[in-house]
Design a protein around this ligand. Structure first.
Ligand code: ZN
Length: 290
């Protein structure tokens, strides 16, 4: 009904010294051609057409993290992508905190209201082929124009010890969310080892809490200063705090192409997979994967 191709960008390790520059996510799904920077060279680059984007926290929060802490960190993470300085002015993308939502599912409803949700998966990470994933951002887009229609971030708290403070840092929530918000706004992984959008994350560090030069270059390209448009933070189809669709058993794997009645849409999954220091071995045994 609504799905298009699905792509998972998994962590990879490239030797330091590789040519590097930011990559934009595109509508190309599956095995896409890539350039010297490992950026997809086919497909429409993804972007939010509005000058501002709304986002909502799942009001379920997490059983292990106070909602106020979740809220504070989420806002700090997304604020780090706001008002970035570009050579010719401020990047033309801002974010608006919408009310928390009762929906606890990453979904896109073509015919109705939506919410761009940030949520924890506390007890179960249901996705296949993503067993060692820290978080997953699902972006739904217009396959022709690249316009982003919806974006949802899920944090895998079921199998990872997420930390929120500056001491005894494990998998740092702010680092994870800042990286995921990069996907949320249309950035793909970068080979630049200093970039927040680099796919490698070292647990115990907080270096991904803010965008770096390479990331900022990406934002300035996608959302240049003075971009035409209006600020409309309402999700596509209007805001809703409730779920509409039955949760899907989706995976970080190739999906099927789709065509909606009025608009051909696609979906991209970008997964942050950490090099595991703190991962639970039981998960690996259970899934039988790496
Ligand atoms: Zn990522």
């Amino acid at each position: 009904m609504k799905l298009g191709a699905v792509l998972c960008a998994l962590a990879f390790v490239i030797a330091p010294g590789s040519a590097a520059a930011f990559c934009r996510s595109t509508s190309c799904a599956g095995e896409c051609a890539r350039d010297d920077n490992n950026c997809k060279s086919l497909g429409a680059p993804l972007y939010w057409p509005s000058l501002c984007v709304g986002f909502s926290l799942s009001n379920a929060g997490s059983a292990n993290i106070a909602f106020a802490v979740f809220q504070d960190i989420a806002i700090r993470s997304i604020a780090s992508w706001s008002s970035l300085a570009c050579p010719k002015g401020e990047a033309s993308i801002a974010f608006v905190a919408s009310p928390a939502v009762s929906c606890h599912t990453a979904e896109y409803n073509l015919d109705g209201a939506n919410a761009n949700i940030i949520l924890f998966q506390d007890s179960k990470w249901a996705y296949k082929s993503a067993d060692n994933t820290l978080a997953k951002t699902t972006v739904t887009f217009d396959s022709v124009s690249g316009e982003i229609l919806d974006a949802d971030i899920e944090i895998n708290h079921a199998y990872n010890e997420i930390t929120t403070g500056d001491a005894k840092v494990g998998y740092d929530l702010q680092s994870i969310l800042t990286h995921e918000f990069g996907h949320f706004i249309g950035l793909d992984h970068s080979l630049d080892f200093d970039a927040t959008m680099n796919a490698s994350y070292d647990p115990g560090t907080v270096e991904l809490r803010t965008p770096e030069e390479d990331d900022i270059g990406g934002v300035c390209t996608i959302y240049p200063p003075g971009r035409a448009g209006t600020c409309n933070p309402a999700p596509h189809g209007g805001f809703s705090d409730a779920c509409h669709l039955v949760a899907e058993e989706s995976a970080c794997a190739l999906g099927r192409p789709g065509h909606d009645r009025h608009r051909q849409t696609g979906k991209a999954f970008a997964c942050l997979t950490a090099l595991a220091l703190l991962r639970r071995c039981s998960l690996r045994r259970r899934t039988g994967s790496r």
